[in-house]
Design a protein around this ligand. Sequence first.
Ligand code: SAM
Length: 345
Amino acid sequence: MYSVQRTTAWGGRGLFSIANIPAGTLLHTSSPYASVVYASYKKEVCAHCFAYAYESQKSTWNIKTSFDGSSSYFCSDICKDDWNSTDGLMSQALAALDKLEKTMKKKPMIDMETISPPEHGSITLEEIDSAWKRAEKTSKRAIAKEPLTEIELDTARLLASAVVRRHIDTYPNADSNTIPGTSWPQFLQLQDNELLYTQASPYSLSSNLRIYLFVRNALWFRIPVLQPYLETSDTIRAILARDQGNSFGLFEMDGESEMLGYAIYSSASYFNHDCNPNVRKERQGRSMSFYAKRDIVPDEELCINYVDIEDVVTARKALLSKGWYFDCACLRCHTELENSRKLLD
Ligand SMILES: C[S@@+](CC[C@H](N)C(=O)[O-])C[C@H]1O[C@@H](n2cnc3c(N)ncnc32)[C@H](O)[C@@H]1O
């Protein structure tokens, strides 16, 4: 073990080294709690290990598992078998979402204005709570009038994978793989960004409520074993609150050009950002591994970079503020801003 979790100087939690760590050391490997491959990449990206067919000189993967007219694609039988170790629940859940999407127009619909609070400047937690409670009280068959966008449908798939994971952790079977560091209580320890994100982007609340109604309707009637996680909005709301700000993009292995989907790696979510990071991340199949970029001494904070560190300070800060809603507290930003202020004086 190379690190402990501690409170940082600016107040959040972070990971700190407890040893002299030579450059290149593997610090941590994490498996995803929940993941989604974007629908547009469904046939080209292995649903289990996220391998991109293009990188194996193929246009699509042809090993698949099908349930109720909905298919998931894999790079190997091993990945397919691992995926099916969820009792086929993942396939059932994705099929349920696909089915509802196709039949949406025939279902009772809810006008979101009846459950969304006014989208004014600084929404309060009480207003957010009450919007969720109102959504919760609607019929289990209700869905929002406005159809889900592609991005919202991908979020719905991420939620389904997290709900299935929660169920498998609660009732493990002989074949299912329990993953260290990814239990539901550990997931709940992640930073909850709901209030901050809703205040910064009020539209996200009605979007989240729409996704919730859709997922609840799809899973409630078709997969009764998942009903305990959908009876109230708590589970879906908790996942959405942590998805925002804690997810990792899934990129191609060769380069970081295309984002193929995203995943929540609970145990890896305590690496803060630094514009002069001492840790680099590398995806190895389904896992995300973290390596020391340089020699690290005891007590140093272990940080990765969330944005491109080649950008200038103003661009980095703007991206972190727009994407993660925080003001970067790293030494490099502080020094570079001080230097530019001195130049202006
Ligand atoms: C993935 S979490 C990292 C763990 C988090 N600090 C916690 O306590 O759970 C990302 C959040 O950490 C905080 N954070 C990360 N890097 C930061 C930095 N350089 N300056 C200020 N806040 C940072 C922000 O609140 C950000 O949304």
